[in-house]
Design a protein around this ligand. Structure first.
Ligand code: ADP
Ligand code: MG
Length: 828
């Protein structure tokens, strides 16, 4: 007996028993929940599937309903079963699919299914020439599959059809009427088309500017659908350049429905693109095999893939659009999660890690050498890390903590543990200046616990220079001497070679550097721990590269950008999470003030006084999202203006993203060294730079930045004992901008600001997934914590039952997964 038959029987029985929930042992809800998936699978008509989903058998809540509601619901299910029966019969008796009618009453031709594969170039579609396909290539659309996944940005809702007499001004509406007259007309000073369209209730004029050729397509007495906004012209209602579509034996795609709006590029026109996407959806969506296991679809109430694709392009209504989006964004998050879990498993179980011995003596001597005690949060995180290091399983941990929360100390101690076990430890920073900064800090910690020996350089003497490539040596801490070096890209190649050699020989224990560390020439003798600072500049791929340096090292990633937890689990689900959520005592909050644009002079005066008192200042120029070139230009102009007109007697520097890396590093070095008073910069200054004497952060065009970013900016000042100030100057002051920026004055917790940011501006603020090697998220909203949690749970469940996706029913999913992750890691 099929699932359908047994459903019918059970419901019959239930009806006979007077809706008392006695038909099956355990109750109807449980029965339906277990059967729904199977029943659903035996339905292949999209319409019926849709109505099946609406019945929501898997979560019927039958027990909690009243008798009346139970009765009504069962009657509905019977209604559906009848329809299903009829549909099955009719396809058995008449092989031709029945023609359907669309909303407007026109008979619709069934779509033409196409046989070419999904990987065929889009030129298989009539009308897509090689010229056009080049334009699509700019949008990363090359194959039929790409076009199926080329989603509309939004929809215009033209589904409200009205009689002409009931049209109201200034609203988007649709009419269906007959063309009484159409002609070329002079509109303003240009030629265009004018038509009079009527229905039973009245007539209306429609005009199209600059499109006189339309008049030819508009035959008198043809039926036409017009969608657009009605406006008033000389007291009469008129449609101005509305969307139009002749009513033929085809489904409407430009009017009379939810019409998709695609992100376009020059030379692609909305009408064409809609026509093509419709053709692709009708012709090929059926070929998309559904890779999601059906239990998951049932449990999460997700649409089937072909249906979701069809509905995301041409939704029946808002609800279906939302459900389509729900299904497709689930896919994105689910695949992301599966990949991330697999990666973690590969790292941790693929090869054994190195269990380190934690010498408590080393730990306590280091901690006692510090002029302060660890905060509780640092203490907790340290224990988490030490606990990982002890395991014969490589650590994969993300350490989050605000700027200045004391991450570096913790990382340093972890590196020392590695060194004490005879392993090398590496610390990688995103820029040379940051690498130098870490190097200096670690050296100064080491000189507290040990004694610096003569350097291995010919010519000797304790090296005081920060020079990259020098090896410093500390004794008296660990039983054997401890060596440390700085490796950056600016090292001369002969020196680089020598250093590579020394690292390969194991002559250096601690290597601090930039991404020069992950070049393939660098071969560690015995890498035991890699620490990566400021995660957002490094992606998954760099993390992999470092891992591939052998020995399956423990990895600690540090970031100062607060990421809400679920989001961290999603984007960095391959990492365990530690958070330092407490600042060292006595740390002052940066006093933040949001000024009116006209108060700029006052801000300058304040800044000037600070500099005169021996402090330094940053001035951040407005963000220009469209173009880094324009942004650089604007910053240069501002820098010149400030140098000439505002602070002629101070020393100003300029920093922007268009400058070569070495030049940027140079400027930062000057500023840090106190040779500049004010640094005028674009947002490139954001990352962890430590300028102890900087006390003022002035941000122009502040409303253009996210709260998290502003918070990062202000983290750059007040790092000393002195009070830090942050002055926010908006360019335009909308009430929302004002409210948002006011939060900066009150809130000093980066996590709270991050959550607010997500709420107010969406996740764009956070790590773009592009450079990170993660699959692209086109639809999934990282703000939708509920969906993320759901996808994660499902991924974990699946992963537990079939971690390598070896089961036959998961083969399709496995392929999909490697497709999604093709930009990044291998899926084996
Ligand atoms: P992060 O790397 O998180 O930005 P750092 O480790 O660089 O922070 O620490 C910032 C400053 O705070 C350093 O000067 C460090 O010596 C100091 N510091 C770290 N932990 C403490 C603590 N528990 N108490 C007082 N000062 C601390
Ligand atoms: Mg730091």
């Amino acid at each position: 007996m099929t699932g359908i038959d047994s459903l019918r029987n059970v419901l019959e029985l239930e009806r006979r028993k007077g809706y008392t929930d006695k038909a099956v042992i355990g109750g109807l809800d449980k029965y339906l929940h277990t059967q729904a998936g199977q029943i659903r699978q035996s339905v292949n008509n999209p319409q019926l599937l849709k109505s099946f989903d609406e019945l929501n058998l898997a979560n019927s809540n039958y027990r909690s309903n009243s008798m009346d509601e139970r009765k009504r619901w069962i009657t509905e299910v019977f209604g559906w079963l009848d329809k299903l029966e009829k549909a099955t019969k009719s396809t058995l008796t008449s092989p031709l699919p029945s023609r359907e009618r669309n909303k407007t009453g026109a008979v619709v031709e069934p779509p033409q299914e196409r046989k070419e594969g999904l990987d065929s170039p889009i030129t298989v579609i009539k009308g897509i020439s090689t010229g056009v396909d080049r334009k699509f290539a700019k949008l990363n659309v090359r194959t039929v599959q790409d076009l199926l996944y080329f989603f509309p940005r939004r929809y215009v809702d033209y589904s409200r059809t009205k009689p002409i007499s009931e049209l109201v001004v200034d609203e988007e509406q649709t009419i269906i009427g007959t063309i009484w007259q159409a002609r070329v007309a002079t509109l303003g000073h240009r030629r265009g088309t004018e038509a009079i369209i009527g229905d039973k209730t009245g007539n209306i004029r429609a005009v199209w500017f600059n499109q006189p050729y339309l008049a030819r397509s508009f035959r008198t007495n043809a039926r036409i659908v017009i969608s657009g906004i009605v406006s008033l012209f000389k007291g009469h209602k008129v449609f101005e350049s509305p969307e139009w579509e002749l009513l033929q034996e085809k489904e409407l795609i430009h009017t009379g429905r939810m019409v998709p709006v695609y992100p376009l590029t020059q030379g692609l026109y909305p009408r064409q693109v809609r026509k093509w996407t419709k053709e692709i959806v009708d012709g090929y969506a059926w070929q998309l095999g559904d890779f999601l296991p059906s239990e998951i679809k049932t449990r999460c109430q997700l649409l089937d893939l072909p249906m979701a694709i069809a509905q995301i392009h041409y939704p029946d209504d808002q609800t279906m659009a939302a459900r389509a989006r729900g299904r497709l964004s689930f896919d994105e998050l689910f695949l992301l999660q599966l990949g991330v879990l697999a990666r973690k498993r590969d790292w941790q179980e693929g090869q054994p890690g190195n269990a380190l011995y934690i010498d408590q003596e080393v730990v306590s001597r280091f901690l006692h050498s510090l002029p302060f005690t660890l905060t509780q949060a640092q203490e907790r995180v340290l224990q988490e890390i030490l606990c990982d290091l002890k395991q014969a399983k490589a650590m994969s941990r993300l350490l989050q903590g605000e700027v200045g929360s004391g991450k570096t100390i913790i990382a340093t101690l972890a590196i020392l543990i590695a060194a004490a076990n005879g392993y090398q430890g590496a610390l990688m920073a995103p820029t040379e200046v940051l690498a130098e900064q870490h190097y200096t800090n670690i050296c100064s910690y080491l000189s507290q616990v040990g004694t610096q020996e003569h350097s291995s350089e010919p010519g000797g003497g304790p090296s005081t220079s920060l020079r990259t490539g020098t090896i410093r040596c500390y004794t008296g801490f660990l039983p054997s001497p401890l060596t440390i070096t700085l490796l950056t890209g600016s090292l001369k190649s002969s020196e680089k070679e020598r250093l590579h050699h020394e690292i390969g020989e194991g002559k250096v224990d601690i290597i601090v550097g930039t991404h020069a560390l992950i070049q393939k020439e660098v071969e560690f003798k015995k890498l035991g721990l890699a620490v990566i600072d400021e995660q957002h500049r490094f992606g998954v791929l760099q993390r992999s590269a470092l891992r591939q340096k052998g020995f399956n090292p423990h990895v600690l990633v540090m970031t100062a950008t607060p990421i809400p937890r679920t989001m961290a689990l999603t984007l960095y689900g391959d990492l365990d999470l530690s958070v330092i959520d407490e600042l060292p005592p006595g740390r002052q909050v940066v006093k933040t003030k949001c000024l009116e644009p006209q108060d700029r002079e006052k801000a300058y005066t304040f800044l000037y006084r600070q500099v005169r008192n021996g402090r330094q200042a940053f001035i951040i120029c407005p963000l220009v999202e469209e173009s880094e070139v324009l942004e650089a230009k604007a910053a240069t102009t501002e820098y010149e203006r400030l140098s000439r007109e505002v602070f002629p007697d101070l020393r100003l520097g300029l920093l922007h993203g268009q400058m070569p890396g070495s030049e940027k590093e140079e400027i930062m070095r000057h500023f840090r060294g106190g040779e500049l008073d004010i640094l005028v910069s674009t947002s490139v200054v954001e990352v962890g730079i430590d300028v102890p004497r900087a006390s003022v952060m002035m941000v122009e065009g502040a409303e253009r930045f996210g709260l998290s970013q502003l918070h990062q900016f202000r983290g750059r000042v007040g790092r000393d004992k002195e009070q830090g100030y942050c002055l926010l100057i908006p360019e335009k002051f909308s009430p929302e901008a004002r409210e948002r920026l006011r939060l900066m004055e009150k809130v000093h917790d980066g996590f709270v600001l991050a959550e607010k940011d997500l709420e107010l501006r969406g996740p764009g603020e956070f790590f773009g997934t592009h450079q990170s090697g993660l699959p692209d998220l086109k639809l999934a909203k990282l703000t939708d914590l509920h969906s993320m949690e759901l996808a994660r749970q499902e991924a974990i469940t699946l992963f537990q039952s079939d971690p390598s996706l070896n089961k036959a029913e998961h083969q399709h999913l496995r392929q999909q997964l490697s497709r999604a992750w093709s930009g990044g890691a291998e899926w084996s």
